[in-house]
Design a protein around this ligand. Sequence first.
Ligand code: ADP
Length: 487
Amino acid sequence: MTLAKLPEFLKTDCYVGGGWVSAGSDARFDVLDPANGEVLASVPRMGEADTDNAIAAAQDAYEGWSNRTAADRARVLNAWAAAMRENAEELARLMTLEQGKPLSEARVEVEYAASFFSWFAEEGRRLYGDIIPPHRTDARILVTRNSLGVVGGITPWNFPSAMVTRKAAPALAAGNCMVLKPAEATPLSALAIAALGEQVGVPAGVFNVVTGDREDAPLIGKALIDNPAVRKIGFTGSTAVGKQLMRDCAGDLTKVSLELGGNAAFIVFDDADIEAALEGVQICKFRNAGQTCIAANRILVQDSIHDKFVAALCAKASEIEIGHGLEDGVSQGPLIDTRGLEKVERLVADATDKGAKLHLGGQRHAAGGTHYQPTVMTGVTPAMDIAHQEVFGPVAAISSFKDEAEAIAMANDTPYGLAGYFYSRDVGRIFRVADALKTGIVGVNTGLISTEVAPFGGVKESGIGREGSKYGIEDWTELKYICLAGL
Ligand code: ADP
């Protein structure tokens, strides 16, 4: 599979004001296939002036777009979703090439990404206001929900399509215009989405994509934040960068929503359906080679079933097929880059040095590059870095616990609070533990929690705001209270 065989929506220029443009400096950077390091394409290295141009294009488009009816915007967004679905196979292949995930997972992500356009097309039509009983007899109080203006989106590489549409769809449905900066590792999926938007008639300037490499990212981010026209930044990425962006946004009080790192606990109680728990752990530990912010970072297993669970997990994990994501039968691709690989190696080495026991894997995979073996280790303690940092790799780090109270205390022993999971068949315990977990999302008897219909987001240092669901559009709006007096 080469890029030459991909369709016309493979774009290697940025999309600004309805046109395809390169950087003012003409500088470009390479996009690599993480499975083998081959250069797939090169895309522009946009700078501050280029970003300002994109913001100006979004500003020009804003009046027309925000003044359309919600139904009109919905027609455009539904057409965009349909175009993604019609081209799903090509989009999935492109994603696998630049991101590495197996094609089967890429297909699921393309559908998930399209679902945000479909969902928010309709939610945009339901941005209801309120009429509040007035405080005086000659007045009426009206509350409306309004768009913000120009908004920025900054997205990561682990879900190259879904993180784009999870921001763009609600933002545009509510009447905003967006400048998006996709991750440097995976800009092609975002540019492909822009190309499909162009095909279905998204008006010029409503959605703009500026690409840049790791060095350019802070400059593009700063240009977005410092420009007074930009009223909100929606960011998904690391906690360190998210905190920096929030500090920068304080300058002119640009709104932020942040989807940051997690440190999910996955608890298996002794009354659990063990087969179901094993299936859940496959999904939320090994999917995308463990590179998700809702991945099970710490697996806590009740001591009476610990050994049985570990043996069964090793048997399952050893069936994982490693290779290029486009090859048939491959269920785990490479890690995104050597930085990611070295982090996994460092955390595994730190854990084993401090007494964790390896049951499976623990090394780079013979396939080479950034491939890493599915790994299972036990005896993980809070003294080990892996208990506190996202491993972002296919490493199941297991600890045992005695009782419910200890499991809850262990699960909550982290500054993060994105997702938490547990398996139990005791209805009382299900309510107790779901209440006690200090996370924005709880998966009970499931490892699969992402859907456009539910609010995704974290508490504590995992972020601010929610994406998806009826709540997800509110973050892209502002309330206006209108007091009609003298009636
Ligand atoms: P990761 O470590 O997983 O790549 P990052 O938080 O570094 O996560 O990246 C997420 C997104 O944020 C990417 O699009 C990246 O280019 C962008 N980014 C990184 N640093 C900055 C920054 N200082 N300002 C704005 N965007 C940034």
